[in-house]
Design a protein around this ligand. Structure first.
Ligand SMILES: [Zn+2]
Ligand SMILES: [Zn+2]
Length: 343
């Protein structure tokens, strides 16, 4: 057991959907083309686990090609052995042997998104109550140019900073969060988007916002706005770009090299009054900052009752390639009876 880091990696998404059942916010006037690259069809957990495995193998291969041996080894080791606390039908917790913390690692990216959700959901709720504002998901895009990824990202971030300084913006938005999504089009040009959760003070004409965006960018007027009906689902949608901000599976060695040159590129941030509101709240692993379910899962050990069916939990040691198979086994097993707790 001592080779496992006991940082309690809580795979909450493995147990949360059952409890939260947060439905995806209705697509109203969001142009589907914008996020098509990342939306895809709904995949099962085994498919997603298998994709993470492939993405990682792909990254390891690219790192070796670039003679980045240390990075390749770290990625290879990250989540390579897992201690899975399970009843056989549900997974209460997964503890990995090692986490590489590389920014493009899909496993570490999931952990980061979960941390952000845990941190920001309560802050967002408090901010909304306090300020009587409503959340919207705004996607800002820019015209494609022949430029590097770094230039493309800097360009959209500068435009956004300019936008937030304009009186129109201040009149309607009280602050929020942003995250980056960056991909390449079929001509090899970068298309970079900003996904924003904006706290709106009041309704406005989207055409006016379009004009403002055109004014700061000079050549871009494409943006999309939709109300967020379910904050947890809205936040989840936006932080997923933190776990996969780039089209990694289509990366070549040159793309990885370019990324390694982008030191400290931020993928997520806050702005406006929400930024000040969040100051002093750092992501934390302590129980106070964790959801009830997470702290519950953290205290579970072998022999405890499964939070979902009460069957006894046992510890299963899996290698990374066995995890997708285990998910598959769970997905194909009949949904057994839910046992009532005896008290
Ligand atoms: Zn990792
Ligand atoms: Zn169970």
């Amino acid at each position: 057991m001592n080779q496992f880091t006991l940082s309690t990696d809580l795979i909450t998404s493995d147990i949360l959907p059952v409890i939260l059942q947060s439905k995806v916010a209705r697509q109203t006037y969001l142009d589907k083309r914008v996020t098509k690259s990342q939306r895809g069809t709904k995949r099962t957990r085994s498919q997603r686990a298998r994709e993470r495995l492939q993405t990682k193998e792909h990254l390891v291969g690219l790192a070796r090609e670039l003679h980045e041996g240390e990075l390749a080894d770290k990625l290879d080791r990250c989540h390579s052995r897992l201690s899975v606390l399970t009843c056989g039908r549900h997974i209460a917790r997964i503890i990995p042997n090692f986490t590489c913390e590389f920014r493009l690692c899909p496993d570490c990216g999931r952990r980061r998104s979960r941390k952000l959700q845990t941190k920001y959901l309560p802050l967002m709720k408090a901010f909304m109550l306090h300020n009587k504002v409503t959340p919207v998901h705004l996607v800002l895009t820019q015209a494609h140019r022949k430029e590097s990824r770094k230039e493309s990202i800097a360009r959209i971030r500068n435009s956004f900073t300019k936008l937030t300084r304009r009186s129109f913006w201040k009149q309607y938005f009280k602050g929020g969060t942003w995250s980056l999504e960056s991909a390449k089009d079929k001509n090899g040009l970068h298309h970079t988007h900003l996904h924003i959760i904006g706290f709106r003070r009041k309704f406005f004409d989207i055409e006016l916002l379009r004009d403002e965006w055109l004014a700061v960018t000079g050549d871009s007027h494409v943006l999309h706005l939709k109300p967020i009906l379910d904050l947890a689902a809205g936040l989840q949608e936006v932080v997923k770009y933190v776990s996969k901000p780039l089209d990694i599976r289509r990366f070549g060695a040159a793309d990885l090299k370019e990324f390694l040159g982008l030191k400290n590129m931020r993928m997520f941030g806050t702005f406006g009054e929400f930024r000040d509101f969040c100051k002093g709240f750092e992501p934390s692993d302590n129980d106070d900052a964790m959801s009830e379910l997470e702290s519950l899962a953290r205290d579970l050990v072998e022999g405890c009752a499964c939070p979902q069916c009460n069957a006894p939990l046992f510890d299963l040691r899996l290698s990374k390639s066995e995890l997708p198979q285990f998910y598959e086994q769970i997905e194909s097993s009949p949904p057994g009876k839910v046992r009532r707790s005896s008290h």
